[in-house]
Write a protein that binds this ligand. Structure first.
Ligand code: FCB
Length: 452
């Protein structure tokens, strides 16, 4: 049953990218290297030994990419700023050429009536700061706020939507607990400390923004419903522990001012003794919460892993993406409704949602990607359902505009609405991009058109 068209006027129809994943030219015009530059140049870290030296060459081709966005009818673009372009050493001297790049990008977007949303941190810490202890160092909150202030001072007249951090959970856990992502540490104590300092950095940057900026700032988190595999109490408890770990860690701290008890208990002796006053700094009034949603997990009790002690159970009877993530669109409705319910109905954006599939080569000027189109349709319908249930959802950003550097997977996973031929840098909009363009043009009505 098609639902009443519920996308409000002014709803932002966007696509998202991040600096290291698309820009290339990581050291151009005086930029300092990031931890991802160092990590991807470390043998054995990235599939096929790939790195972000060229990526989508967006640093040099941004103008054409903005034209492409306009062609697809996007009304918003979420990008991130590479800190090391602005402060090559992380702190100290500003590099005007780095600011110049983002300033030109923003002007190009506004020239096409595309609303820019800028993320201040999408995982690419300046290497110089990592050498000073990175996010493990309590000073990191101040470093980040100074950087935020410098950027906001120059761009806030034109950028009216800001995000402090992208997925701090992934920075803490991927970077410092599992060690799969940069900087590749494996320590529960460090992960907890990094999570805390990221939250302090977020709070300090929001304060700096209130002093310097005049528009809207929020936090972007990755959320993933945790469903118990059985009704057994032990499995239910495991799902609740993993929910506290993945979904509540950063939201409870930033919006409610406290960590979930189950999280602190799960870390046990690895959890540091934080100064009490920190919570006040961390809990700043926010203008919105950005939700990145890809999938859900089904879990049962098991494993010794700190802090969740839970195991995922693969749902082999259900469709999965090339990342082996279950396609579970109703989880997006569930997630948005839950955030609205548990956190005082904040303004929300879906800041990332999308899927990797093994796409065929272009034929007749397009790429046939029916699975991605189906994914997009079902998730946009799920977002619309959340709107109908009263969630204050203001926009949706597909991940990603372009196929790009998917972290440790290198270029092997393609999430783009637009295919990138990395040898020639040719861009080819996929069928899913054409579908999204129709949805945008029809303000959502095309979601109900007959499915072929
Ligand atoms: C998210 C990241 C984004 C991209 C997608 C697939 O966790 O924010 O950079 O890698 O996953």
């Amino acid at each position: 049953m098609p639902e009443a068209n519920a996308f409000p006027d002014g709803f932002l129809w966007g696509a998202a990218t991040s600096a290291y994943q698309v820009e290339g030219s990581p050291l151009a015009d005086g930029a300092g290297p990031s931890i991802w530059h160092a990590f991807s140049h470390t043998p054995g870290r990235i599939a096929d030994g790939q790195n972000g030296d060229l990526a989508c060459d967006h640093y040099r081709r941004y103008h054409g990419d903005v034209d492409l966005m306009a062609e697809l009818g996007l009304t918003a673009y979420r990008f991130s700023i590479n800190w090391g372009r602005i402060f090559p050493h992380g702190t100290g001297r500003i590099n005007p050429q780095g600011l110049g790049f983002y300033s030109r990008l923003v002007d190009a977007l506004l020239g096409r009536n595309i609303v820019p949303m800028a993320t201040l941190y999408h995982w690419d810490l300046p290497l110089a700061l990592e050498q000073r202890g990175g996010w493990r160092n309590r000073d990191s909150a101040g470093w980040f706020a100074d950087y935020a202030q410098a950027v906001v001072r120059v761009l806030d007249d034109r950028v009216h939507l800001w995000a402090t951090l992208n997925e701090p959970w992934v920075v803490a856990v991927g970077g410092h607990l599992s060690g799969d992502l940069a900087p590749g540490h494996k320590s529960p104590h460090e992960a907890a400390l990094v999570g805390h300092n990221l939250l302090r950095a977020h709070g300090t940057a929001v304060q700096a923004y209130r002093a310097e900026g005049r528009h809207r700032i929020g936090l972007v988190v990755n959320l993933e419903p945790q469903h118990a595999a059985t009704r057994a109490e032990a499995d239910q408890a495991a799902a609740a522990r993993r929910d506290a770990f993945i979904n509540r860690w950063f939201l409870d701290a930033a919006l409610l001012g406290d960590y979930p008890e189950a999280l602190v208990q799960g870390f046990g002796p690895a959890w540091p003794d934080f100064p009490r006053g920190d919570q006040r700094l961390i809990r700043q009034p926010l203008d919105f919460v950005g939700v990145n949603y890809y999938s859900r997990s089904v879990v049962r009790q098991g494993g010794a892993d700190v802090p969740a002690r839970a195991e995922r159970v693969r749902q082999s009877d259900r469709p999965h993406t090339a990342m082996d993530w279950e396609v579970y669109p109703q989880g997006l409705t569930e997630t948005l409704v839950r955030v609205a319910r548990d956190y005082g109905n904040p303004t929300l954006y879906v800041t990332e949602n999308g899927a990797a599939f093994p796409d065929p080569s272009p034929r007749d000027g397009t790429v046939q990607d029916p699975e991605r189109t189906a994914y997009l349709r079902a998730h946009l319908q799920a977002a619309r359902r959340a709107l109908a249930e009263g969630v204050d959802l203001r926009g949706y950003f597909a991940w990603s505009l372009l196929d790009n550097f998917e972290w440790v997977y290198g270029y092997s996973k393609r999430f783009g609405l637009v295919q990138v031929d990395y040898a020639t840098q040719a861009r080819t909009p996929k069928a899913s991009a054409r579908f999204y363009a129709q949805v945008i043009r029809s303000q959502g009505a095309a979601l109900d058109a007959e499915q072929r």
